[in-house]
Ligand binder design. Structure first.
Ligand SMILES: [Zn+2]
Length: 267
């Protein structure tokens, strides 16, 4: 408030004399009282600061690089919001699934799906925190989407459909992140991952239908919906639109990842 020239720069006001920074003030009137206290503190602060003759610039002090990026800011907010142990997992996109499935998968892995145990942690009053499918275990994300026997029977059938009987699915990490089974084959691993993500999305949809619309959990219908939906989403996103045959997909989708060579130019 006491500055005479409101557009003065830092370089105008801090002079470097023999490697010591001193104030080169031009006040509109002499500071007194509390302002004098503040000036003393300011002089102490700048005495150890060395300034260069580069132009003034902004520095993002919350990141060690000094550069502002949205990812550094979002990491910071996540750490503050969810603690240092937040799940700092990078999920790469999968070109065979729609955006909404990718976002859902990301939310699953960040534990941001409103299962009853998570709502309870947020202090939301629920009449029960038990799994709406089995009504026996606490509803966590791992439980309702993977370990509940109603969900695990679906996964067993999907593994069978994909000839993946040596693969185990025992947590959401196995569903969303792991690419066991196809690590040698990138198209195979993308198709299998897309299938798992879409299955997870459909399982959650049917969980919600049961909770909010009192629909019956029907495993045969869910399997059939997963097979139809994976075919529809994956085939429209393949390089050659008609490269996947419905009957072949239904019979044995791993036919399309046989390697080498990759069949029919999927990808
Ligand atoms: Zn359950």
């Amino acid at each position: 408030m006491l500055e005479s020239h409101k557009d003065a720069t830092v370089a105008d006001r801090i002079l470097n004399v023999n490697s010591i920074s001193i104030g080169n003030w031009e006040w509109s009137r002499s500071p007194g009282g509390r302002a004098l206290d503040e000036l003393t503190k300011l002089n102490n602060l700048i005495s150890s600061v060395s300034i260069t003759d580069r132009p003034d610039s902004w520095k993002f002090s919350l990141d060690t690089s000094g550069t502002f990026t949205t990812s550094s800011l979002s990491k910071l907010i996540n750490n503050l919001k969810y603690g240092i142990h937040s799940r700092n997992i990078l999920l790469s996109r999968n070109k065979f699934v729609p955006q909404k499935v990718f976002i859902f998968s990301w939310r699953v892995i960040q534990l941001k799906i409103p299962v009853r145990s998570e709502l309870d942690k947020k202090g939301i009053d629920l009449h029960t925190i038990l799994c709406p499918l089995c009504d026996h275990h606490i509803e966590t994300i791992d439980h309702v989407l993977v370990n509940c026997h109603h969900a695990s029977s679906i996964w067993t059938q999907l593994l069978d459909w994909w000839n993946q009987n040596n693969t185990t699915i025992s947590s959401i990490n196995d569903v969303i992140i792991s690419n066991q089974g196809f690590s040698h084959n990138s198209i195979g691993s993308s198709l299998w991952q897309a299938t798992k993500w879409i299955a997870c999305y459909i399982l959650w949809k049917h969980r919600n239908l049961k909770v909010f619309s009192s629909k019956v959990w029907n495993p045969a219908m869910i399997i059939s919906e997963i097979q139809t939906q994976t075919f529809s989403w994956i085939s429209t996103r393949s390089r050659k639109k008609k490269s996947i045959d419905w009957h072949q997909w239904l019979l044995n989708p791993s036919f399309y990842v046989a390697s080498p060579p990759n069949r029919m130019g999927i990808g």
